[in-house]
Write a protein that binds this ligand. Structure first.
Ligand code: GZL
Length: 355
């Protein structure tokens, strides 16, 4: 963009000088030419606006890639459809942007459009969820979460909970309200649960997609409560689904809480963005939330600045995340020998959070 725009504006400038346009017009054009010449144009294809996490992620990108910071951001909402995201990427290529940032709705189906970006010599940065492509030189960097680790953290919390409260593995009956099928967040979080259930001998009654939305979460939870009479753990793959599940649990005359032995249904969730969900975790209506950090904007800005300097930033960068617990008997979880702190959710913790 800088290259194309610069030559276009240079022509305008010379035309202004040739036809004797007013001085301020020439000055304005020269100034805007200089500003445009310096700004880095970025086309950002976002998944959609399906959840609070997504809104926080969009805000983070928009507040980092600003004109004041030297960027010209073109934002396109994919409405959770890969076809719309591919159209957006092709539009960015036609506009000759300097960089493309993609938050992919799903992992596969990106090879041809990223080949086109590569042939147009436009670097691509993947954020949030990962892609599976034949040639991984089609993207420069990835910044996001390790969703498989998130899933295993949640399950290690559940295993410690069962141990602390003397709950037999045979007495744990789980339903999994999955995220958007085929998204890395869903693939990793589901894999973490399925592997842990096998390891600890837990019963998974059903796995079905809530598409990361509250409405769908409520719908599928109501259907599963009608189908199974012994559900006592609901593994929601994001907070918006958890809010919907809790509505369905309460509508069925049951209670979401942190005392499984007392008949509560334990709700586990991911994200930690939605204010209601966080307050539910404070009071115990949600038993634990695995934080999913949405603040990719500053990291993308750092990556682009590094690439502009001709440097070679890390290909894969995972963001730091904690696990919020409503019960204080669990201080940490260990996954693959690595220890991760668990944060007991208090009002002070909530007040001190970045988002
Ligand atoms: C996670 C992100 C997921 C969130 C959901 O990084 O891809 O998508 O967990 C969002 O809230 O819809």
């Amino acid at each position: 963009m800088k290259k194309k725009l610069l030559s276009f504006l240079a022509i305008i400038c010379s035309l202004c000088v040739m036809c004797g346009c007013a001085t301020e017009q020439k000055d304005y054009t020269e100034e805007s030419a200089a500003q445009a010449a310096d700004s880095i144009s970025v086309g950002f294809s976002q998944v959609g606006a399906e959840s609070d996490w997504r809104s926080a992620n969009t805000d983070s990108m928009k507040s980092s890639l600003t004109k004041e910071n030297g960027f010209d951001l073109i934002f396109m909402d994919g409405q959770q459809k890969q076809t719309k995201q591919i159209t957006a990427i092709r539009s960015f290529i036609q506009q000759g942007v300097d960089y493309i940032v993609l938050a992919p709705v799903c992992e596969t189906g990106w090879d041809s459009v990223l080949d086109e970006a590569y042939e147009a010599n436009i670097p691509v940065i993947i954020v949030d969820r990962m892609i599976q492509i034949n040639n991984d030189n089609r993207y420069s960097c990835f910044v996001g979460s390790d969703f498989y680790l998130e899933g295993r953290k949640a399950c290690e919390w559940l295993n410690q909970y069962a141990t602390a409260y003397d709950i037999a593995k045979e007495d744990i009956h789980i339903v999994d309200i999955q995220g958007t099928i085929g998204s890395t967040a869903q693939i990793g979080r589901t894999k973490g649960l399925v592997e842990s259930a096998k390891k600890y001998g837990w019963d998974i009654r059903e796995k079905t997609s809530g598409d990361f939305t509250q409405a769908k979460g409520r719908e599928v939870m109501a259907q599963m409560l009608r189908q199974y009479n012994n559900i006592n753990v609901v593994y929601c793959e994001n907070d918006n689904e958890a809010l919907g599940a809790i509505e369905a649990i309460e509508a069925a005359g049951k209670h979401a809480g942190s005392n499984l032995k007392n008949g509560d249904i334990l709700v586990l969730s991911f994200d930690g963005i939605n204010e209601t969900a966080i307050n539910y975790a404070l009071e115990g209506t949600i038993a634990c939330i695995v934080e999913c950090n949405p603040l990719h904007g500053p990291r993308v800005r750092t990556i682009i600045d590094s690439l502009e300097r001709g440097e070679n930033p890390d290909k894969i960068e995972y963001v730091d995340e904690t696990l919020y617990s409503s019960v204080n008997v669990i201080k940490s979880v260990t996954v693959d020998g690595a220890k991760y702190d668990v944060t007991l959710l208090t009002q002070d913790v909530i007040d001190s959070r970045e988002y």
